[in-house]
Write a protein that binds this ligand. Structure first.
Ligand SMILES: Cc1ncc(COP(=O)(O)O)c(C=O)c1O
Length: 423
């Protein structure tokens, strides 16, 4: 059974008799286990799962209501690769944001969130025993998806002291004849790091040289702070043949529950991935595809309602990022952290002696009534850390940290490690 399972730590025993090994060896990620445990603890504040506090904007919901009235086919399956008009809108959007030319007919498919695109992409190219390199820490579901595809996750630690920088020589060193792919989440969940274009280019060069697939999770591509910009792996043309890039409507338009996203890849790969999409989902929910289409119709890269919404969202999350960092700055006996530059997570190192990440997450849940995610779910380098999301409201973040401070005052933790220097 999965060593990273929080359920296991609270004593839940799984009966995996007769269950296929590829399922028995994975688990529901800690990100989703924590809210399930928390649902039995009244009065919790969530800094756990990455759900922005904002509702799906009304220009989208109104568009869907209109579509429900006018589109007879909205309650039926769409074409299997997705609504053609949505694929066209996605191709246009990728052109505007990434400067690439995308054939909507052959190089895209609409998925049930980035999650399904990632899982289908991995299932398409990974065979039993293939090694997949990924940074550690990394988004926990990537690990389960690789294991489910019967691949072997090979972790390459990020350089925490340098803002969770990519260690490109480390990737090179970790490669073996069995290496089949590299999976990169950027901007990063759980660290909030942005990788430099130089490092990403160097990694892409190695991948091209060795004919490795690169799976890019760019679910947070719109969400960067401090005037920085996101460098997309799609802009490296030499990589195109080997690239599987996955995107989401969940975060940019606060549509986590609609379950819609997409994949961009070469026509050859999309044709193969569509077999997996058909076997698992048939098509993405048609109603959600109309929601996504409405979102893109109102987004033109300048002054559309969608653009304005995203700008307000980034501003609000930036303010929340500063609030959470100010609180962490007051808790230097408990945590040391690198300020996130993208996404809405911070991944502090735990400084309390002898306290592991699951231990701390459970204590915060049951004693302080604050939901967090233990770092061990994000790969080996994640142990000794905890993930807080700042998708919650400012008021919730303040209150959560008041609870954490009060809780910490009741403990007597000797300090174990020197805080890392902040750059
Ligand atoms: C890095 C990353 N990729 C993918 C997803 C899932 O995206 P979607 O809701 O589009 O499936 C998440 C959700 O939190 C995420 O953090």
């Amino acid at each position: 059974m999965n060593e990273r399972s929080v359920y296991r730590m609270v004593g839940r025993v799984e009966n995996t008799e007769g269950i296929a090994g590829r399922v028995a060896r994975i688990s529901v990620s800690a990100i989703k286990q924590m809210p399930v445990l928390a649902s039995k603890v009244p009065g919790c504040i969530s800094l756990g799962q990455g759900i922005p506090s904002f509702a799906t904007p009304s220009f989208i919901t109104e568009g869907v209501i209109e579509a429900l009235r006018s589109e007879d086919w909205i309650g039926k399956y769409s074409l299997q690769p997705g609504l053609p008009q949505l694929k066209e809108a996605v191709a246009k959007r990728l052109g505007e944001t990434k400067g690439i030319v995308v054939d909507p007919e052959t190089e895209l498919f609409i998925s049930c969130g980035a999650m399904e695109a990632l899982a289908a992409g991995l299932a398409t190219v990974i065979e039993r025993g293939d090694e997949v390199l990924l940074p550690s820490p990394t988004y926990s579901s990537h690990i389960e998806q690789i294991l489910f595809a019967e691949g072997i996750p090979v972790f390459v630690p990020l350089v925490e002291e340098e803002g969770w920088r990519l260690d490109v020589p480390g990737f090179k060193k970790a490669m073996t004849p069995k290496t089949k792919a590299i999976l990169i989440c950027h901007p990063m969940n759980p660290t909030g790091a942005l990788f430099s274009p130089e490092d990403l280019r160097a990694l892409a060069e190695i991948a091209v040289e060795r004919n490795l697939f690169v799976i890019a999770d760019e679910a947070y591509d719109f969400l960067v702070y401090d005037g920085l910009s996101h460098f997309s792996l799609t802009s490296i043309s030499e990589l195109k043949k080997n690239l599987i890039a996955c995107y989401s409507f969940s975060k940019a338009y606060c549509m986590t529950g609609w379950r819609v996203g997409y994949m961009y890849a070469s026509g050859r790969l999309i044709e193969q991935v569509l077999k997996v999409h058909d076997a698992f989902a048939i098509c993405a929910p048609t109603i959600s595809q109309y929601a996504a289409l409405t979102a893109l119709k109102k987004t033109n890269g300048r002054d559309g309602e969608g653009d304005r919404f995203m700008r307000r969202l980034v501003e609000a999350l930036d303010a929340r990022r500063n609030i959470i960092c100010e609180h962490l700055d007051r808790l230097t006996d408990l945590f040391a952290y690198q300020k996130p530059e993208g996404a809405y997570y911070v991944f502090p190192r735990i400084l309390m002696h002898g306290v592991g990440s699951v231990d701390l997450a459970l204590k915060l849940l049951y004693d302080a009534k604050v939901i967090s995610v233990p770092g061990n779910g994000f790969g080996p380098t994640g142990e000794g850390h905890i993930r807080f999301s700042f998708g919650a409201t400012e008021k919730e973040i303040h209150e959560a940290f008041e609870r954490i401070e009060l809780w910490a005052k009741r403990q007597a933790f000797p300090k174990s490690r020197r805080p890392l220097k902040m750059d």
